[in-house]
Ligand binder design. Sequence first.
Ligand SMILES: [Zn+2]
Length: 262
Amino acid sequence: MSNLFYFEICFAFLFGAIFGSFSNVLIYRIPAGESILGRSRCQTCLKTIPWFQNIPIFSYFFLQGRCGQCQAPISKRYPLVELIMGLLFAAVVYVYGVTWLTFEYFILVFGLVTASFIDLDHMILPDEITLGGIVIGLLGAAINPEREFLESFLGVLFGGGILWLVAYVYFVFTGRDGLGGGDIKLLAWLGALLGWKAIPFVILSSSIVGSVVGLIVSRKNEDGLKTMIPFGPFLAMGAMLYLLGLKSVGIWYIDLFFPQIP
Ligand SMILES: [Zn+2]
């Protein structure tokens, strides 16, 4: 690795960690319906957190996991989200270098991590993130010469359409909602940015990982298979697997079934 590339990856990590810090704000404030602007406050003593105690990852360890003013414990979730975001941003630059597409992938990673934690906490995928992602994904395809608009547009139709169909068939046969509307919008967003060819891989990989985790969780809880597990984080995981290494497998899978489609 050249020195510049090494520098770019380190910078991407720091950039990601800062966005992880912002993500923590959104994870807490979007479901609560609070304004996303305004300084961070300690949720126990409600005092504004000074900037030097709000440095991503570092401050948590410097403050030994406690509020600098009232000593209330700070959730490990905060440095964890910052670390995940930093590592994913660094991985995007490691795989793709620095182009306009990299920035589109940063937006995707940021939105997916934020939406996943909100889904884990509240079983919802906010429209602000999923519908916003679709719009930004389509706009990016229209502006960025590295991408094809048709590919992106088909991605939205295919990603949204296929899950909608699965949800509809499931509803017809069982009379119950199996998939949330948020999952459908999330997959349409993935289609908008990654193209329609990514969709089968994302569905397959997220279903496999989701089923395995579902079995483990339901066994632990001992209340049968009724345990509600949000699907959003698994779709996000499938998208990350595709983006950061298994894209060729996903495309190979399409070519295997539809060799005539370019
Ligand atoms: Zn406090």
